[in-house]
Design a protein around this ligand. Sequence first.
Ligand code: F6P
Length: 548
Amino acid sequence: MTPANTTPEWQALEAHAASMRGRHLRDLFANDPQRAVSFSRTSGLNLLLDFSRQRVDAETMRLLLALANARDLRGRIDAMFSGEKINTTENRAVLHTALRNRTERPVLVDGQDVMPEVRASLQKMRTFVEGIHGGRIHGHTGKTFTDIVNIGIGGSDLGIVMATEALAKYRNRNLRLHCVSNIDGVQLGDVLEKVDAARTLFVVCSKTFSTLETLTNAKLARQWIVDRLGEGAPARHFAAVSTNAKAMDAFLIPPQNRFTMWDWVGGRYSVWSAVGLSVALALGMDQFELMLEGGHEMDEHFRTTPFENNLPVLMGLLGVWNRNFLGLDSLAVLPYDQRLHRFPAYLQQLEMESNGKSVTLAGTPLQYDSGAVLWGEPGSNAQHSFFQLLHQGTARVALDFLAPVNASSPFQQQQNLALANCFAQAQAFAFGQTEAQVRQDLAAKGTGESEIARLIPHKLHPGNRPSTVILFPRLGPKTLGRLISLYEHKVFTQSVIWGINAFDQWGVELGKKLAESLAPALEKPGEAAAGAEPSLRNLLEHVARWRG
Ligand code: F6P
C-alpha cells in the first residue's frame, strides 16, 4: 500500500487544513446553529459521541471519510474479523473480536473454527469462578478463598485493574482482588502482609509466561505459600493463564487450574480472554459475560455501520486529523467518574503500544506522524492540577471527556456537579475567553483601566482546544465493554490510515533484553562497575556505595 501522505485524499486534507487552522470553534458554532447535532452521533448503543468541539467542518469530515475509503478501511476491517494474518511481523491473526463473538458465526484461523475453543474456555472459567464463589474449590487446608492475587503486567494486568475498578459496584463482597505487576517487590510485599496464605489464590497471568516481572513475583509468591503451607500447597493456591503450556507445566499448575489463550490475541487486547479470569472472580462470570456482550455490540457496529455514522471510525479519523493535520501530538483522556480512574492508563497501553510505530507495514520509514501520546486522569482532579497548562500553556492537546449521566455512587447530585464541570470544561476549552469578556468581568468588579490592561494577557483563554465528549447513561459491564471496544477499533482505524502494524510491539524487546543481561550486575555492583562501559559505571558505583 502506498504511503498515506502520497494519496490525493491526504493531500486534499493538507490543503483543507491550511484553511481550517485559522478558524476558531467560536466561529464554527456561530455559523452553524445545528452544529452540536450534526457533529454528534449516537449508535443505538447508548453512547453519544459529540465531536462538535473538534476543529472540523463538513468538508473535513467528507475528506477524512474519503481517506478512510482510499486506505481500504472496509477491506482491512473484514480482513481482521475474518482471521487474516494482519499482524504480519508475527504472522498472526488478530481476533480479540472472536473472544466476544456472541453469534453462531464461525471464526476461522488457518481454516479451523476457533469458536468451540473460545466457548470451552469461557465454560471452564465459569466452572472455576463458581467453584471458588461456592467454596467447592478451596485452599490446601480446606479453607475457602477470601483473597485473589493477580500477578501479571501490561496487558495481563491493566485491563483487570481497570475493569474491576470501573465495575467495583458489582464486586463479590467475600472475595478481595489484589493486582501485583511491579517487579520491585513493593506491591507483592504489601499484599502478602495483608492476606492469609490458607485463604489466598494466586492467578499468574502471562501470555508468554516468560515476562521477568511476572515470573519474579510468581516465584516469590510460590515460595511464600510453600513456607506457610508446605510443598503440596501451590497446586491448590495457584492458577495460571497463558499460551505457554510447557511453562505452566514447569510451574506445576494442575490442569484444572490452567486457562489457555491463543497467539491470535494480543496482550493489550486480552482482557476478553481468560486473562479476564481475575475480573470474573472479582465480579462474577455473569458480569464478565455482559462485558463481552458490550464489546461484541461495538464490534458489530464497527463491522457493519457506514463510516459516516461509525463511532470508532469517526474517532480514529478525528485523531488522524488532530495528529497529522493540526499538529496535536497528545491526547488527554478525562473521565468524569472516579470508577474510570484507570481507564486512561489502560488506553495508554492500548494506543501507545499499538500505534507507537515509525515504519509502514512494508518496513519503510513513515513520512508522517503516527500514534499520539495518550495520558489522563479523572477530570475532576485534573482540573486542579494540569488543566491550567491545557487552557493557557503553549502545548496543544486534544481531549476526550467521558461521563455517565447517572452516578456510579448513591449520590446523583454529586454526579450532576461532575457533569456540570465536564460540560463547562468542554465549553471553556472550545470557546475560551475573549479580551472583551475579560474586560467586562474586571470592569464589573470595579477594576481600574490600567489594572485591566495589565491583567488582560494573563486572563485571556484562547480556546479552540479540540475535544470530544462521550456521554452514556451509566457505567455498567455492557457499557464498559462498548467503551473498550470503541477505543480498540479507533486504534485499528488509525493504524489502517497510517499503514502500520498495530499488533506487534518490538520496541519493548530491547529494554527487556538489556535488563536481563544487567540483572547479575546489580547483585555485585562493585565488581560489575569495574568492567562496565562508562555510561553504566557511574550508576553501578553509586549503587555499590549506597547499598545498605
Ligand atoms: O511489555 C510488552 C508486553 O509484551 C505487553 O505487550 C504485554 O501485555 C506484557 O508485556 C505482558 O506480557 P505477558 O502477558 O506475556 O506476560
